[in-house]
Design a protein around this ligand. Structure first.
Ligand code: HEM
Length: 191
């Protein structure tokens, strides 16, 4: 789990821009697959963008809430077996956590169920009632509490958002979609 303060979030955000992943200001320019390779998806007010580079998935998620937001990769049913990344911002602090769908309506931090927290980088912030998170995770962490992701693979993805800055409070909103994982190197090679 990543916990840190606002200044670090800002620095990470700047790094994110440098690597080409979308932040709020870039969002309009990134709808659909773009020349920078990130793919943008909007579903029921969730905006999710991702690209894959060098064996890592870089993602951003935003939703209009002052509470937590989450994305889960490859659930088999509802939340079950999903590799979930959850975050919230609370004043100057934020949390980004690697979690796992332990059942159809339950999830736990990987580190609490024999796995490891594999969020390599991340931050979460809240502005004007919108919470935004970005993160970098390995495609194959080797942790059995993550799901292996493969470039080019089409996978189910779930999104959820809660109204509180606590992962113990249930979502007010969920959504799901299938996405094709986009390798930025492949796209560049194709073009
Ligand atoms: C924060 C703690 C959470 C609790 C207590 C919780 C609880 C539940 C419960 C009780 C349901 C059954 C349907 C309902 O009553 O609405 C459900 C469904 C669901 N949850 Fe969660 N959940 C949590 C977090 C998450 C997260 C982090 C995600 C995704 C990243 C997620 C995704 C879903 C999805 C996709 C469904 C299925 C909705 C449907 O079938 O329409 N949940 N959850």
């Amino acid at each position: 789990m990543l916990r840190t303060a606002c200044l670090k979030a800002f620095v990470l955000c700047m790094c994110l821009r440098a690597t080409g992943i979308a932040t709020g200001a870039d969002r309009d320019a990134l709808s659909g697959a773009t020349s920078r390779g990130a793919v943008s998806l909007a579903v029921e007010n969730f905006v999710f963008e991702h690209y894959i580079k060098d064996g890592r998935l870089h993602g951003t998620l935003s939703y209009p809430t002052k509470g937590w937001i989450a994305v889960g990769f490859k659930p088999v049913k509802r939340m079950k077996d999903a590799n979930i990344i959850m975050g919230y911002a609370d004043g100057d602090d934020f949390v980004v956590s690697d979690q796992f769908g332990t059942g159809t309506t339950s999830h736990k931090p990987d580190s609490a169920i024999g796995g490891t927290d594999d969020v390599l980088q991340g931050s979460c912030s809240e502005k004007n009632g919108v919470t935004s998170m970005w993160f970098v995770i390995p495609l194959d962490s080797g942790d059995e509490k993550d799901r292996k992701l493969t470039p080019g693979e089409t996978v189910p993805v779930i999104f959820a958002a809660g109204k509180k800055d606590s992962f113990h409070f249930k979502h007010g909103k969920v959504a799901s979609k299938k996405i094709t994982l986009q390798d930025v190197n492949e796209r560049t090679a194709d073009e």
